[in-house]
Design a protein around this ligand. Sequence first.
Ligand code: NCD
Length: 335
Amino acid sequence: MTEASWERRHVLSLADFTAAELETVVQTAVSFREVLSRRTRKVPALQGVVVTNLFFEPSTRTRSSFELAAKRLSAEVLNFAPGTSSLTKGETILDTAKTYLAMGTNLMVIRHQESGVPQAIAQEMDRLGSGVGVLNGGDGLHSHPSQALLDLFTLTLTLDPDNPSSTLLKGKKIAIVGDILHSRVARSNLWCLTACGAEVHLAAPPTLLPPGLAEAFITQSPLAIPRPIYQHSTLTPALAGADFVMTLRLQKERMTQHRLPSLREYHQHFGLTRDRLEICQPTVKVLHPGPVNRGVEISSDLMDDPVLSLISEQVTNGVAVRMALLYLLGVGKGE
Ligand code: NCD
């Protein structure tokens, strides 16, 4: 198992991830994918490690995927559900995290509707000298690292199933379409894809992609590497010649203002259909992090297309990638 280029205690954002670290995640996920294809899909790598899922915001795939990943690594898993917890009695989030620490938690996976909560818990865990590793399972509009990493893994497997590597993304054109304003998935993908040398084209109506977002992103980069990001207010220039197209859910629950005339009109201009993909590379594939609004950001038949759509593969690959992350942060903690 490769452990090259890995010194992190937490995974909170991909903004400062180097190409070498991304490759470590990909290669570790390759090993675990092989484990998942065996008859006994389990390894003792994290025996004795306690993984706690602290999901303060709803989730289907991310929470279940982290849970399954932890179980496949033989870790013990605790799942926190805010509705039935002492949060309803006024306990603070930090006190909740400290309660799980006192039970012997080694790794915490945290999702919260506010940006910065996983970071705050990680700081507190460090201040206490606890040795706990924190994984961001999605915070507000900020970051969703495990989703971008499973997207990366899916792209590399599509480009070369026998020898997947993040280096294969160099020079590839990737379009990200839709509700970029509210998308932590898009933000994490921007860091990840550009660190691998891909060229990213964003397309959305200006209400969902504020002018200057791409420039702001480039100037905020903590690493001195080129980040080729282009932004468009129509679909065609983003799709022309694209190798991959990633579409995003319209996050109606985060929309504080009326940002779209109608869902029908949105689909007419930005919805992905088989016809619209004709100007992409002939080998183009479509991704979506889910959950999907069928017929809004993507047509129902394209979503279910077994050749063009990678949506199910993304979910499957999520388990191997989350095994990789839990392993990289948790190995040795159960002893
Ligand atoms: C995303 C999320 O929660 O940020 N979903 C996911 O984790 N697969 C995207 C979304 O909610 O639209």
